[in-house]
Design a protein around this ligand. Structure first.
Ligand code: NAP
Length: 288
């Protein structure tokens, strides 16, 4: 029998608290301003997984009193049609936040469409303006999943200041903004990627190890520094029926060495939508 010593970080519980807090603050915002925060989602095409994600975001909005605007366009929608919709939403006072569900079908360019979103309404934090503001330490909208990770660390009392933080993955969506947030919190940050030499050795330095790669069980138990906090962002679907979800970390082995670890599912995942709701409220305040 393996002995599990790590605290399992309950992302569902932390996310539920964030949502509750957002619901209270939305109610207060409506009373103060007479305006209801609104989130517009744009889904192009019929990808089943994307439709589930968008449906989940719309449902979550309704639960906290945010008005949802659910825009769907056919897979063959032209570049001009999609950009015109974003322009319309940018100009709509009822819409505080806009997100375009990625990826968009070819030949549409997700980067171009995302960057058409007014930075004050960029609740995914993916525009060049939002990324620049984050890099410069200026207030702005920050991507939801890395924000969620910072809230999880806070919830378990882990202050990144002075700690060695290693982020595996350098995507614009997660790895880079995650590193910026840790840096802003005064951690010593290392970013790893597919060309990193001896990933295991670099990982072993981490007081806070964050994996966002998309390879099941990439991070082994002996990659973990004893007592480290391990945050597993990866979502990997098995081919079994029904499919199961696993993270990028060998959970059972890592839990024997780490002091705290997120499970998959039920760790980082629930924080993403909670932080989207939080960002929508922040966006509403920015344009109030
Ligand atoms: P991505 O854009 O595919 O980036 C993956 C990163 O992993 C890249 O930087 C890549 O390096 C690096 N990588 C690939 N193979 C590697 C290896 N063998 N060793 C070290 N690094 C390696 O993915 P992403 O969007 O950041 O997402 C990463 C994972 O997190 C996915 O499983 C995704 O589903 C999950 N995710 C979950 C949430 C959530 O809400 N829980 C949110 C976002 C993402 P290169 O840059 O060198 O190619």
């Amino acid at each position: 029998m393996r002995r599990m010593s790590a605290t399992i970080i309950d992302g569902k519980a932390v996310a539920a608290k964030v949502r509750e807090q957002v619901a209270q603050e939305v109610a207060a915002f409506v009373t103060e301003t007479g305006r209801t925060p609104g989130l517009a989602t744009v889904l192009v095409g019929e990808d089943a997984a994307s439709a589930v994600y968008v449906g989940g975001k719309q449902k979550a909005c309704a639960q906290v009193g945010i008005q949802g605007f659910d825009h769907r366009l056919p897979a063959d929608a032209s570049r001009e049609t999609v950009l015109a919709l974003i322009d319309e939403l940018n100009a709509d006072d009822r819409v505080s936040g806009i997100l375009c569900q990625l990826p968009v079908p070819a030949p549409l360019d997700g980067v171009e469409i995302t960057n058409r979103i007014d930075a004050r309404k960029d609740v995914d934090g993916l525009t060049i303006a939002s990324a620049g503001r984050l890099a410069l330490g200026m207030p702005g909208l920050v991507p939801c999943t890395p924000t969620g990770v910072m809230l999880l660390l806070e919830a378990i009392g882990v202050d990144p200041q002075g700690r060695e933080a290693v982020v595996i993955g350098r995507s614009n969506l997660f790895g880079k903004p995650m590193a910026q947030l840790l840096l802003a919190a005064n951690a010593t940050v290392t970013i790893c990627h597919s060309r990193t030499h001896d990933l295991a050795e670099v990982s072993r330095r981490a007081d806070i190890l964050i994996a966002a790669v998309g390879i099941a069980h990439l991070v082994q138990g002996d990659w973990i520094k004893p007592g480290a906090t391990v945050i597993d962002v990866g979502i990997n679907r098995s081919t079994s029926s029904p499919p199961t979800l696993t993270g990028d970390v060998d959970f059972a082995a890592a839990a024997e060495v780490a002091s705290a670890i997120t499970p998959v599912p039920g760790g980082v995942g629930p924080m993403t939508i909670a932080c989207l709701l939080r960002n929508t409220l922040t966006a509403a305040r920015m344009t109030a």
